[in-house]
Design a protein. Structure first.
Length: 165
């Protein structure tokens, strides 16, 4: 990811998965919902927990913990669904990203963001825009468009459960 893209977005929505803090560019976030019941859809990838009704539209909900190789998200009072826009083959697809909790909207200056690590992490680094620094902690800044492969998102869309903006 070029430094230019990191300079463009200064505001990030931070959220927790297990004990780690992640962030998404606020330009990709539509809204944050309280956890609600999710309808399971047969024959979808394991990380897809199901669908929710969002103002009459069907929105697939992805368990970010499962996608990152963590244990399945168990709903708590803080569990939420972050509604995001993801680009798939030039079209915007709306997804719900299940998170343990949302923290805050945060401004990070370019000098507070380091490049994604090349080694020493369990995650692929192609979907990490950078590592933000806040106090003594790192915040993993995600590129939501690169978290899922095109095939994964097309499988969700082809199952008839994706809402396209």
């Amino acid at each position: 990811m070029s430094a230019e893209k990191i300079i463009e977005t200064h505001q990030y929505l931070t959220f927790k998965l297990d004990e780690e803090v992640f962030a998404l560019g606020i330009d990709k976030v539509r809204e944050v919902l309280d956890y609600t019941s999710i309808t399971k859809v047969p024959q979808t990838p394991e990380f897809m927990r199901g669908v929710i009704n969002l103002r009459g539209g069907v929105v697939p909900v992805i368990d970010m913990r499962l996608k990152f190789g963590m244990p399945r998200t168990e709903p708590t009072v803080n569990t939420c669904i972050i509604i995001v826009e993801v680009e798939v083959e030039g079209e915007t697809t709306i997804l719900g990203a299940l998170a343990d909790s949302v923290q805050e909207v945060l401004d990070l200056e370019p000098q507070q963001i380091e490049p994604a690590p090349k080694i020493g992490t369990k995650l692929r680094t192609d979907f990490i825009r950078g590592m933000g620094r806040r106090d003594e902690r790192f915040i993993i800044i995600l590129d939501i468009d690169k978290i899922f492969s095109g095939d994964e998102l097309l499988a969700v869309r082809d199952s008839g459960v994706s809402a396209v903006a």
